[in-house]
Design a protein around this ligand. Structure first.
Ligand SMILES: [Zn+2]
Ligand SMILES: [Zn+2]
Length: 274
């Protein structure tokens, strides 16, 4: 399997995931034009997408959905609650498939399981995606790492996890007080520290890739997020490829394999200096 986070952060989120045969997007928070350009930059054609899955109604996740599904006739998978919230904004949808927490959907050889997330949205979900022995655990836009979330993410080969803010930077930063409270709340966004706790709990011998997602440009620093994650992963950190998803450019197309032989290849990876 391969993935590329095309864009991540409050200005737009979208993640591309493929097997040899099928490909999907999680969220479409960029314009169709930008999504198309970012896919082209990793050598992929937007027309080949088999499905788009949407986590929740916030605009940084749905901005490009309408034009994307209409122009390329791509089926939209989201919860009834999310659809209700976005239908007036996104216009006509050629094909809609309702999804529900803990009810997996097959897209060819990929199984996509939505699971409910604690977030200030109508019926938000994140996803677990399986293909053969590979499991991708995705967790963004959630305020708390509950036992249910950890149960869903355990034994993942790759984890795509929110590291939204540094608690101290958020508290002393420029956001208005109500917005600070919303972000910090149990239905807001994960801090670096919460992300670290999640990684420490979900770390295991089969974990090969960690992508830090949805970083705030105001209330976080890449160095803080990566350091917290690295420390949380402990002695295994050097065996896990670690990547920071960016707002303005896609990550490389990252290969995910359950084959332990590849572990060596990743052991020399370093975070790019910033
Ligand atoms: Zn978001
Ligand atoms: Zn959100």
């Amino acid at each position: 399997m391969k993935i590329s986070v095309l864009s991540s952060g409050s200005a737009g989120n979208s993640t591309y995931i493929e097997t040899d045969e099928y490909s999907i997007l999680l969220d479409a928070g960029l314009s169709e034009k930008k999504l198309s350009a970012r896919l082209a930059s990793i050598g992929r054609d937007i027309k080949d997408l088999d499905a788009v899955f949407v986590t929740h109604e916030h605009s940084d996740h749905v901005k490009g959905v309408g034009p994307l599904v209409r122009k390329h006739n791509i089926p939209l998978y989201t919860t009834e609650g999310t659809l209700k919230k976005i239908s007036s904004r996104i216009g006509r949808i050629p094909s809609f498939a309702p999804i529900r927490s803990e009810e997996p959907v097959a897209i060819g050889d990929m199984m996509v399981e939505p699971y409910a997330t604690p977030h200030d949205a109508e019926e938000s979900v994140a996803f677990v995606i399986r293909h053969g022995d590979i499991k991708i655990g995705h967790a963004t836009d959630l305020g708390t790492v509950t036992p249910f979330v950890l149960e869903k993410l355990k034994k993942s080969t790759a984890l795509l996890v929110e590291a939204n803010h540094d608690i101290n930077m958020l508290e002393v930063g420029p956001y208005p007080w109500p917005l600070k409270q919303r972000i910090k709340s149990a239905v807001g966004h994960l801090s670096n520290e919460a992300c670290g706790e999640l990684l420490a709990s979900a770390n295991h011998d089969g974990l090969r890739l960690v992508v830090l997602m949805h970083l705030s440009e105001t209330n976080n620093l890449k160095e803080l997020a990566t350091l917290t994650a690295e420390q949380a992963l402990g002695e295994r950190a050097s065996k896990i490829k670690r990547v920071l998803a960016e707002q303005d450019s896609p990550t490389e197309l990252l290969s995910i394999s359950a084959d332990p032989g590849l572990e060596q290849a990743f052991s020399s990876y370093e975070f790019p200096a910033r």
